[in-house]
Write a new protein. Structure first.
Length: 581
């Protein structure tokens, strides 16, 4: 990126042109880099990282932004400097051969200054100007300023020459870094450089409880808004990483998408859909309750979806976790081999809290996971107070929410005031809280899981028995007996008693049904017999009635016949018949 291109970029922090440093986090803190074409002072005690930061400024400018740079060293020779920064992955010899950077060592001998009695920087200007013009440098570093003025005691001359130096650098139009050692009661030994510099950055390397933490603070920055807090920074094989920790506006976007926890029964307790993507969840409980198993199941489910997970292990090594989880049917090794699961194991005492935060920030930025697991967070109590741990986790959660990354914390609960406070402090930060507790009954120790809270979703308010099997994790409905909640063998015994009682009731109901059936059959038989008897009687009665009717008809016919005979109707008929013949 050229100087012209950078000027065209929008700058939300102001109109001051800036030069990107390429140092992770520093450009964000300074609102776009160091002042373009102006000098910046980096001061600090010995070992605070002044030289490394300035050499990275030169290298990143040459490699990333095509801006050649000149590094003038008053202490280390070119070969020594190249050897020292090779561990950071910077190949100074190759860059010098390609004329992207130029390293010039200038030896200052105080005795020579004392002999002549004069001090003039004109020779430095000529030598530095030649170096700048030879590679058309855009960036310059002078390391360190104390050596340049080591033989000068006259404050008036020192002030004059110092102003000449800063003015000359501005006239050359180069973006310059000047390093200086911290003085007593002032930022530098001379106490003048911070006043003539447009930007002043203070590096600090402090030790607390035998743990070293490096911090950076922008003391002043003319013409622009900048971060004013102290920021931890890390020096590792990839250079310097600074963590901005000012995301306190709580303006992050949220997602309504739900992701599975890896345990179907637990998803059901959360309304059947699991957790919100980009949310945070705390799993707390005493030792041996299965917190790591829950975290591993969440990681396994994430990788099964084809998403990436970063697992920060604070107690066990990755090989231990992989071996232990294999016993419950969770194969994490295949995800490690595929690159979807990345372990980062370290003891809390390795760094201070801020340095752990920087290291986590860097791992997350490099791997770009969708899920992060920290197991457990309570180990941080060994290196910081409850309020410091909470403050660190607030920063981490803010960063993860901004990146829409889901996070699961595990926390060890003990019967101590400190850990109870830690649990309460952390639980107030997260979106969901699962509590796993021991349930002791009838000489057995079993596990129960509670959903203490789950923001933004319906969730079960009941306790479930948490079971770890060879085939994974499961949640089982608990039984309420006369003595309270029943789990384990007591639950199985209660279930057996209930099944036995059900069988007895079923058998009793069966007997009653059969007795009723028999009685029904007897009654139906009696009804059929009575019906048959009624039909016989009815038929007999009908027979007598029909016979009486028939007799009545015959008697009526005979009566009519006798009547006709009496009237002579029969003789008349016979007479008519004979005449016809």
């Amino acid at each position: 990126m050229s100087k012209t291109q950078r000027k065209k970029e929008p700058n939300i922090y102001g109109t001051l042109p800036k030069a990107l440093t390429g140092i992770t986090g520093l450009d964000e803190i300074t609102g776009g880099g160091l002042p373009l074409g102006r000098p910046t002072l980096i001061c600090g005690e010995a070992g605070s990282g002044k030289t490394l930061m300035s050499i990275e400024f030169i290298v990143r400018g040459a490699v990333n932004y095509n801006e050649p740079g000149v590094f003038v060293a008053f202490e280390e020779k070119s070969e020594e400097l190249a050897t020292n920064v090779a561990s950071l992955g910077f190949d100074l010899k190759t860059l010098q051969a390609e004329k992207k950077i130029k390293i010039d060592h200038i030896h200052i001998d105080r005795s020579e200054i004392e002999e002549t009695g004069e001090y003039d920087l004109e020779g430095l200007f000529i030598r530095l100007g030649y170096a700048i013009d030879s590679i058309k440098a855009k960036r310059v570093v002078l390391d360190t300023l104390e050596n340049l003025f080591s033989g000068l005691d006259n404050q008036a001359v020192l002030r004059t020459e110092l102003r000449r130096l800063f003015t000359w650098l501005k006239e050359k139009g180069v973006t310059a870094i000047i390093t200086g050692e911290r003085g007593e009661g002032s930022l530098t030994r001379q106490g003048l450089e911070e006043y003539v510099s447009d930007c002043v950055i203070l590096l600090d390397n402090r030790v607390t409880n035998q743990i070293t933490t490096r911090r950076l603070r922008v003391i002043k920055y003319r013409g622009t808004v900048h971060g004013t807090n102290e920021y931890p920074f890390l020096i590792d094989e990839e250079g310097i990483s600074v963590l901005p920790v000012t995301s306190l506006k709580m303006a992050n976007q949220v997602s309504s998408e739900r992701i599975s926890t890896g345990i179907k029964a637990l998803d059901v307790m959360l309304g059947g859909k699991g957790l919100f993507r980009g949310g945070s969840v705390l799993v707390s409980g005493t030792a041996g309750t299965g917190k790591t198993s829950l975290a591993a199941s969440f990681a396994n489910e994430t990788c099964n979806r084809g998403e990436k997970c970063v697992y920060f292990a604070m107690e066990e090594s990755p090989s231990q976790i992989i071996r232990n989880m294999r016993s419950i049917g969770v194969d994490l090794k295949k995800h490690v081999d595929s690159g979807l699961l990345v372990f980062n194991a370290s003891r809390p005492n390795l760094y201070g809290l801020e340095m752990h935060l920087v290291a986590m920030h860097k791992q997350i930025k490099n791997n770009k996971p969708s899920v992060v697991i920290i197991d457990p967070i309570t180990n941080f109590i060994n290196i910081g107070s409850v309020s410091e741990v909470k403050n660190m986790l607030v920063r981490l959660i803010d960063f993860l929410q901004e990146e829409q990354i889901s996070v699961m914390f595990t926390a060890l609960s003990l019967n101590t005031i400190v850990n109870e406070q830690t649990d309460e402090g952390v639980s107030s930060l997260v979106d969901a809280w699962f509590l796993v507790r021991d349930i002791e009954f009838n000489g057995e120790r079993n596990r129960g899981l509670y959903v203490m809270k789950s923001r933004g979703m319906k969730h079960s308010n009941q306790v479930r028995e948490f079971v770890i099997t060879n085939n994974g994790l499961d949640l089982i409905d608990v039984y309420l007996g006369p003595d309270g909640i029943l789990t384990g063998s007591a639950r199985e015994q209660q279930m057996l008693l209930e099944r036995t009682g059900e069988a007895i009731r079923t058998n009793a109901v069966g007997r009653k049904d059969r007795e009723i059936l028999r009685k029904r059959q007897v009654l139906e038989a009696k009804i059929a017999s009575l019906n048959s008897e009624f039909e016989s009687v009815e038929e007999e009665l009908n027979k007598v009635y029909m016979e009486e009717e028939l007799k009545k008809q015959i008697l009526e016919k005979n009566r009519e016949e006798v009547t006709r005979l009496r009237r002579g109707e029969q003789a008349e008929e016979e007479s008519k018949t004979s005449r016809k013949k």
